[in-house]
Design a protein around this ligand. Structure first.
Ligand SMILES: NC(=O)c1ccc[n+]([C@@H]2O[C@H](COP(=O)([O-])OP(=O)(O)OC[C@H]3O[C@@H](n4cnc5c(N)ncnc54)[C@H](OP(=O)(O)O)[C@@H]3O)[C@@H](O)[C@H]2O)c1
Length: 325
């Protein structure tokens, strides 16, 4: 049994609980909320025995082994640091932190405390994504030369919501743009050159952006994200001998298509129940069973490289959060 405690009771925390249902060895023993009433409501809905009206309650609970940080981006570093210092392992929602300085602090704390920490880049945990990754690395589509991925959606505009509020580290990049970027890093590594354009919205955060990566071997990735419009939400990996296509929603895929140069197709179908967070939960359990302190699927060095790149993009676009000084 792996004993989890959850910080925050929002949308992803609910989805985590629904996914944990498919992982019998995951036992969620505690939930923490800013409000006792919310913790009680969440706890009774999902059968969580211990309900705290603070995040510290979860961190101080000796039964909790792994903390799932499900709070807005601006709290990730603070919550993860507190959990590590309380001796807990941590699965921290994406983006790991708002900026590289915070990420470095969390990683240093994990190393000091000898605890596991991972950014919740759940896309990499889906079986079909892993299968495609394995096949691309094995050369099945020849040399990977071009990657295209987008994630744009149209939430209702609320300047105070975590998506649009600068105080809560809003903006498309940290919320959804990170998915195409992490996909490109996983398949092609760190780019040599990066060019981008972004449009900022009413609250000053980025709401629409296009980013192009070029690699030392000449491969190119074109990535886009938005909080203003729905985009196709698909991913393509194009090689000299074929192409893998992930239809929407590519970041939590149950299928992919291999399209060969002669036009023939192979359908990779990996249906799953619920929303799919169960693969990430199981992955964390596997890492811990193996005594690992970081995930081989989402290594901390890669998390750091991605957040550094996002710092650079935000600096170019003039998106600086008030708490960053
Ligand atoms: N992997 C995914 O697919 C995925 C999907 C969505 C989100 N996420 C990530 O998960 C994190 C949370 O996203 P979410 O969609 O679940 O957000 P959400 O619905 O707004 O929930 C966030 C929770 O954090 C707590 N919180 C603490 N301080 C807050 C503040 N100042 N304002 C609002 N909430 C605050 C609240 O719980 P209490 O009131 O109980 O303390 C709230 O319910 C984000 O970093 C996001 O990137 C990941």
């Amino acid at each position: 049994m792996a004993k989890w405690g959850i910080l925050g009771t929002g949308k992803i925390a609910r989805r985590f609980m629904q996914a944990a249902f498919y992982v019998p060895e995951a036992q969620v023993v505690a939930v923490g909320s800013r409000s006792q009433a919310t913790a009680d409501q969440f706890g009774s809905q999902f059968g969580i025995p211990k309900r705290y009206g603070s995040y510290e309650g979860v961190l101080n609970d000796p039964d909790v082994e792994i903390v799932y940080v499900a709070t807005p981006h601006n709290l990730h570093a603070e919550n993860a640091l507190a959990a590590l210092r309380a001796g807990k392992h941590v699965l921290c929602e994406k983006p790991f932190t708002v900026n590289a300085r915070q990420a470095e602090q969390v990683i240093a704390a994990a190393r000091q405390t000898d605890r596991f920490v991972m950014e919740g880049m759940w896309t990499r945990c889906f079986p079909v994504m892993q299968e495609v990754h394995r096949r691309v690395l094995a050369g099945e589509i020849g040399a990977l030369r071009y990657l295209q991925a987008d994630f744009g959606f149209q939430p209702p505009f609320d300047p105070h919501s975590r998506l649009f509020s600068p105080e809560l580290a809003g903006g498309a990049l940290l919320d959804v743009g990170i998915y195409p970027i992490a996909l490109a890093f996983w398949f092609l590594g760190e780019p040599q050159e990066v060019v981008s354009l972004a449009t900022r919205g009413e609250t000053g955060v980025d709401v629409l952006e296009g980013v192009v990566f070029r690699y030392t071997n000449g491969a190119i990735a074109t990535l886009s994200a938005s909080l203003q419009v729905n985009t196709p939400k698909q991913a393509f990996l194009c090689g000299t001998e074929g192409m893998f296509h992930f239809p929407t929603p590519w970041w939590k895929p149950s299928e992919a298509f291999l399209v060969r140069p002669d036009g023939s197709q192979e359908h990779l179908l990996y249906p799953y129940e619920g929303d799919g967070l169960q693969f990430e939960i199981r992955h964390v359990h596997t890492c811990l069973q193996q005594g690992l302190r970081e995930s081989p699927l989402m290594p901390l060095e890669e998390t750091l490289r991605i957040v550094r790149l996002m710092d650079r993009l935000r600096a170019e676009w003039g998106v600086r959060y008030p708490f960053e000084g």
